[in-house]
Design a protein around this ligand. Structure first.
Ligand SMILES: Nc1ccn([C@@H]2O[C@H](COP(=O)(O)OP(=O)(O)OP(=O)(O)O)[C@@H](O)[C@H]2O)c(=O)n1
Ligand SMILES: C[C@](O)(CO)[C@H](O)COP(=O)(O)O
Length: 225
């Protein structure tokens, strides 16, 4: 089956702060985006990439591709205002039937094993959403402004890549945007379909705040053998 990864790198990294979006910050002398692209390209020889970039950062993205990768496996498209828009723009370039991986550029420490696990599950069931258990206790703020404990055994933390058969994901993204669409699973569910979960991995952190850069650097030290 064709394999296409839509790597969403069109965000501005407000929570990280600074002038440069986090996907272009350096970890061990290479940009965050390099590690994400490299893991996807190495995971399968026939993996194709659609890289979604904000218009102002297309040149920077091209420079990374030119410096490190074979150009013929990576296409670039422009992102949108929301993550949903960026994924939708990427999906518009998927023309053949495929297993589609949607992945945050900011999750640069995932393993190829996770990509393989998601692919196998999506082939079998149509979708694969990686999740991990929560190691903190959880509280929900209730409508009356108070709070109550949640059973953490019933809560899973959701990661990317979120992987679907193109026959599911493309029509799902034709529905109207809702502000609670924080990932592809929520879009597909709103479209009326269930999603399948697979075991994610703790190392697959989403670089969001400055402290995450130090953690990612440490994780990469163990990944780069
Ligand atoms: N309009 C957007 C918003 C986000 N993303 C991408 O979606 C991924 C997950 O988003 P997040 O971690 O929230 O990144 P930012 O939107 O850049 O961060 P922030 O919310 O702090 O501004 C990132 O790889 C980001 O580049 C995107 O492609 N297009
Ligand atoms: C897609 C995601 O990474 C799954 O955990 C997450 O929902 C992205 O959220 P953000 O608001 O863009 O940080």
């Amino acid at each position: 089956m064709n394999k296409v990864a839509i790597i969403v790198a069109g965000g501005s990294g407000k929570r990280m702060g600074g002038d440069l979006p986090k996907q272009f910050l350096m970890l061990h002398n290479k940009p965050v985006l390099y590690y994400t692209l490299n893991t996807f390209l190495s995971s399968y020889d026939d993996m194709q990439i659609i890289l979604v970039l904000a218009e102002d950062y297309v040149d920077m993205g091209r420079e990374i591709i030119d410096a490190y990768f074979e150009k013929d496996r990576i296409r670039i498209t422009i992102g949108g205002v929301t993550r949903f828009d960026s994924v939708k723009n990427g999906l518009s370039m998927v023309t053949d039937e495929a297993i589609v991986f949607v992945h945050d550029a900011a999750r640069c420490t995932l393993s190829a094993d996770l990509i393989h696990r998601c692919y196998e599950k999506a082939l079998e069931s149509g979708s694969a959403i990686p999740v991990i258990k929560c190691s903190d206790s959880l509280r929900m703020i209730t409508e009356d402004g108070l709070n109550e404990a949640l059973d953490r055994e019933k809560i899973m933390l959701v990661q990317t890549p979120q992987v679907f058969h193109s026959k599911i994901l493309i029509p799902a993204f034709n529905i109207d945007y809702k502000d609670w669409f924080t990932d592809e699973a929520s879009v597909v569910e709103a479209f009326g379909m269930m999603v399948s979960l697979v075991e994610g991995e703790k190392q697959n952190l989403k670089i969001t705040h400055p402290i995450d850069m130090a953690t990612a650097e440490k994780v990469l030290e163990n990944l780069i053998v």
